[in-house]
Write a protein that binds this ligand. Structure first.
Ligand code: DQA
Length: 145
């Protein structure tokens, strides 16, 4: 199957960005681990990080024409702001898991609301980079069933 991993704004700075919240792993580390995990189970993995809402929306649209089966998405700050990304995911109807490195519920009140959680297959937050691997494991087991 084909799995797309999407990373929202500022996640290109992982490794140096507020390590107390986001850990020491870089985005390259995270993507490499996910690609390896996908290949081990015979799946195809693609990823995109963008700081632009427009690019993430366009990538989600393309995912439908490419036949992407599952999306793992950390919308980062767009989690709390983007009706447009929510609508894109509803439009393509590709199942997705929402991931956050930090435990957003331990943080500012504005991070407690998400435009994605109620339409996601599941949500993982607060487990750092491991959260992506757990999301991928869940995605693969859903794709097998
Ligand atoms: C984040 C949490 C968001 O509130 C924040 O804006 C981010 C990253 C996380 O992974 O913990 O940029 O999605």
């Amino acid at each position: 199957a084909s799995i797309l991993v999407l990373h929202g704004p500022n996640l290109n700075l992982l490794g140096t960005r507020e390590p107390g919240h986001y850990g020491a792993n870089t985005l390259e580390d995270i993507n490499a681990t996910l690609t390896e995990q996908c290949h081990r189970f015979g799946h195809h993995c693609m990823s995109l990080q963008s700081n632009a809402e427009y690019e993430l929306i366009e990538r989600i649209h393309e995912a439908r024409s490419e036949g992407v089966d599952f999306i793992i998405f950390n919308p980062a700050a767009f989690t709390h702001t983007s009706v447009a990304l929510r609508d894109a995911l509803l439009a393509v109807a590709i199942p997705f898991i929402e991931v956050h490195l930090s435990n957003v519920y331990k943080r500012e009140a504005f991070r407690h609301t998400s435009y994605f959680s109620d339409i996601a297959e599941g949500v993982i937050c607060g487990l750092g980079a491991e959260g992506y691997q757990l999301a991928l494991t869940a995605a693969m087991s859903r794709l097998e069933n």
